[in-house]
Design a protein around this ligand. Structure first.
Ligand SMILES: NC(=O)c1ccc[n+]([C@@H]2O[C@H](COP(=O)([O-])OP(=O)(O)OC[C@H]3O[C@@H](n4cnc5c(N)ncnc54)[C@H](O)[C@@H]3O)[C@@H](O)[C@H]2O)c1
Length: 442
């Protein structure tokens, strides 16, 4: 009798089985606002998760079961670390034992507004040192279209391994909105595109083990572009509404009332709100990844440049408002005490990256004002090389010449602030319900 021919199990089948029975060992590189919540969801789904970071303070906190990201619940962290489902290290040799790695490292801009790929490159170089057949690698960092194929793939495939057969490579944009109580890593639909169809299938299978909805797309470039469309859409609409705010100001019209009324239209309009300027690691940065790439293709991203210019004017516009508010009370800005309420880039979070508050404080100091701040989430900031500590609100608010609401954290009583302050410049419409000559709105 002829012996049955046993088909050797492929790398793909092997990985599919491990993903489906959650025995796959998974890794997350970069344990910040994106990486830590992802690591937690993967651990909650039953995977054994190893997190990697260069900052030993983060590694120590994770291994002690401590959360340093406000969207990650302390109790869940503690439990998963105790169950040995989640651990962190800076020893990249642990990659050798992993089946998957998600890359969640920063993608800032250089001073010239060119993409800084150095974090992605160094993360991939570490992976390449311990890379082995059967692995799934997913880049999540926001980047320009083409990065996964042009930058990541050559670093991984230089040993003859074939994408889609011997290993799997995808791009999947992280879309979290820190501080959003309704949408978090688990229930935000997850877009994923692979270098090959097999890569997409494996990437989609991976995420579907831990997240609610997966949206596969045909390529890594499409997945990269999805994120840039989303963030460019936001940046441009904010630019439009900021320009509206400046126009309305000139014409003595309340822009907030205009937007609220326009938002009553049940179709064809989506409200965006003006503010003191763009902040965070995403909206002020990501569109410039796109404009950098399109410039190489000979296309100027004119909407992005224009919105970038208008949004960049907002801190100056706010300073002008403060100056006018003081002048109306017979005070010059020079020598006045300005108290800033909220320095995080948005409500109810502790992140000050690219926060317009930092620019506004710098501009005020340059014009000779004395600036203090209060933020329930931020203890210290650094402005132009000097450190400022958050003050207690009680006391300072009566003393200052002008209070300025830059970030409208929801745990501050703004009407109480208004009662005690001489004048309040409100850049977020936090005092929408109040009609008082002491309130100067954006
Ligand atoms: N923060 C957000 O709201 C958000 C939302 C969507 C997408 N993103 C994107 O996700 C990416 C990460 O953003 P983030 O906010 O989590 O950044 P972050 O700065 O909070 O975290 C990144 C972490 O990566 C670590 N790191 C840097 N180089 C490393 C390396 N070679 N190996 C291992 N760790 C390394 C850093 O020490 C840091 O802890 C960025 O591309 C960002 O644009 C961020």
């Amino acid at each position: 009798m002829q012996a049955a021919v046993v088909k050797p199990i492929s790398w793909k089948d092997h990985l599919v089985e491990k993903l489906q029975n959650r025995s796959a060992k998974v890794g997350v590189m970069g344990l910040g606002y994106v990486g830590l919540p992802l690591a937690l969801e993967l651990a909650k789904a039953g995977f054994s998760v190893t997190g990697f970071d260069l900052q030993t303070s983060k590694i120590d906190q994770i291994n002690a079961g401590k959360s340093y990201v406000s969207d990650v619940a302390q109790s869940e962290m503690e439990q998963l670390v105790k169950q040995k489902k989640l651990m962190a290290t800076s020893d990249f040799s642990a990659i050798a034992k992993l089946d998957t790695v998600n890359i969640c490292v920063p993608t800032p801009l250089r001073k010239t507004k060119d993409p800084d790929m150095s974090y992605i490159v160094s993360a991939c170089q570490e992976i390449a040192r311990y890379f082995h057949p059967g692995m799934l690698i997913i880049l999540e960092s926001t980047t320009y279209p083409g990065t996964t194929e042009e930058v990541v793939l050559p670093l991984l495939a230089n040993n003859g391994l074939r994408a889609g057969k011997d290993f799997f490579l995808c791009f999947s944009p992280e879309r979290i909105d820190p501080g959003n109580p309704s949408f978090q890593t688990r229930n935000i639909p997850r877009v994923v595109g692979g270098i090959t169809t097999e890569c997409t299938k494996i990437g989609a299978l991976f995420y579907s083990q831990a997240l609610e909805t997966v949206v596969p797309v045909s390529s890594t470039q499409v997945a990269e572009m999805v994120k840039l469309l989303e963030n460019t859409f936001r940046m441009i609409n904010i630019g439009l509404v900021n320009e509206m705010a400046m126009m309305c100001d000139r014409m003595g019209i309340n822009v907030w009332e205009v937007i609220e009324a326009a938002a009553s239209k049940p179709f064809g309009f989506m409200p965006f709100y003006p503010g003191p300027g763009l902040g965070g690691h995403c909206i002020p940065v990501d569109p410039f990844y796109l404009s950098w790439k399109t410039r190489q293709a000979g296309i100027e991203a004119r909407f992005i440049e224009l919105a970038g210019y208008i949004n960049g004017q907002m801190p100056h516009f706010v300073v002008e408002k403060i100056q006018n508010a003081l002048n109306a009370r017979g005070k010059p800005l020079k020598g006045s005490h300005i108290h800033i309420l909220g320095v995080a880039y948005k409500r109810d979070i502790d992140d000050v990256r690219e926060s317009p508050a930092l620019d506004i404080i710098h501009l005020l100091q340059n014009r000779g004002a004395r600036v203090t701040f209060t933020d329930p989430y931020v203890s210290f900031i650094s402005v132009n090389g000097s450190k400022l500590a958050s003050s207690k609100l009680n006391g300072v608010i009566q003393e200052c010449d002008c209070a300025v609401i830059i970030t409208d954290h929801s745990n501050v009583n703004y009407e109480k602030v208004l009662r005690k302050a001489a004048v309040v410049v409100d850049t977020r419409n936090a005092l929408r319900a109040v009609h008082s000559p002491k309130v100067i709105r954006l």
